[in-house]
Design a protein around this ligand. Structure first.
Ligand SMILES: [Mg+2]
Length: 324
């Protein structure tokens, strides 16, 4: 029997959580900031429409915020975590086979659901999640996780789909692939997309139809898996138990420049204990604890960073550890 997955992806998740508790924000420009209010990590559609980019540092968008009366929120991870659990609870009523992929995305295994209309099923997932949690989700359905990602992305953007797109046996499948840029294909990443573009592969349809040997030569087995997934052959099964973490990272950027030594020590101590909490919660042990500090990366004259930025500590030392 062929595989079928659904991906349920919450729309503008952090903003949607804020809206559940403050409905006046509906239809308004809303952004949520990273820890210590450094930069934008979630935007309402209205905020996206006025050009606020993902990751924009707050100080760079002050004028836009004033001009449009943008509502700005600090992040509230306790709230988002709780809302995420509620969304997952609703999803598990549709199938017990749910993989929590991230705080706002989950894959559902729908193999064997071949007697029902999958688009209708996707719509009822969407409406139940909305009814019971207040969070809007988009649902993409396909034979593989990679195709689900593509379907969900389109479901989120295209009004015609009304938030649900089923690409299994769909006449629109090639079109969906053709409007997906190659860098947006799950697992391609920046490095591979540069290579793919250099050989004339710009979208997911071209990638699907690419020669296996060309892809394998440069991208190895990962590349072949991506091709197969795009062709509808599932290579990534549902993972219900997340693999144990190799690294725990607790880091924050500060709102203002910290110049006082005791403030730095206080922050390091607080983040170290938070790292310890996470480690104990996951029943793990650490071989190494590394502390890194850096100055404001936007201040080009006095930039300082005490670890090689290209490599994470686990890559440097080949062990698991707590990074503060
Ligand atoms: Mg999302």
């Amino acid at each position: 029997m062929s595989s079928v997955f659904a991906l349920a992806d919450c729309n503008n998740f952090y903003v949607s959580c804020e809206r559940v508790f403050n409905p006046k924000l509906t239809g308004k420009h809303v952004v949520v900031l990273s820890n210590n209010d450094g930069c934008v990590i979630a935007r309402s559609n209205e905020a996206k429409a006025i050009g606020i980019g993902m990751g924009s540092p707050l100080f760079k968008i002050q004028d836009v915020i004033k001009a449009h009366g943008v509502h700005v929120y600090s992040s509230n991870y306790a709230l988002y975590g709780d809302m995420s659990r509620r969304v997952i609870e609703v999803l598990t009523q549709f199938t017990p086979d749910v993989e929590i992929y991230s705080i706002d995305e989950a894959f559902l295994d729908l193999a064997g659901f071949n007697r029902i209309n999958l688009t209708d099923y996707g719509r009822s997932i969407r409406s139940k999640v909305m009814q019971w949690t207040g969070i809007p989700v988009s649902v993409g359905i396909a034979e593989t996780k990679t195709l689900c990602k593509i379907a969900t992305r389109i479901a989120k953007k295209s009004r015609k789909t009304d938030g649900v797109l089923d690409l299994t046996n769909s006449p629109h499948r090639d079109y969906a692939l053709s409007i997906t840029a190659v860098e947006d294909v799950w697992g391609v990443g920046r490095g591979y997309s540069q290579f793919l573009k250099s050989i004339g592969i710009n979208d997911a349809l071209q990638l699907r139809d690419a020669s296996e040997s060309t892809i394998k030569k440069k991208m190895g087995i990962t590349g072949l898996r991506i091709l197969n997934e795009l062709r509808g052959f599932s290579c990534y099964p549902l993972e219900q138990l997340p693999p144990p973490k190799k690294e725990i990272n607790v880091s924050r950027s500060f709102k203002n420049t910290i110049e006082d030594r005791s403030d730095v020590m206080e922050a390091v101590a607080a983040y170290a204990s938070r790292g310890g909490e996470k480690l104990r919660a996951a029943h793990l042990e650490a071989n190494i604890l590394a502390v890194f500090l850096m100055t404001n990366p936007f201040n080009e004259e006095s930039r300082y960073f005490n670890l090689s930025a290209e490599k994470s500590p686990s890559e440097r030392w080949g062990m698991k550890g707590v990074v503060v």
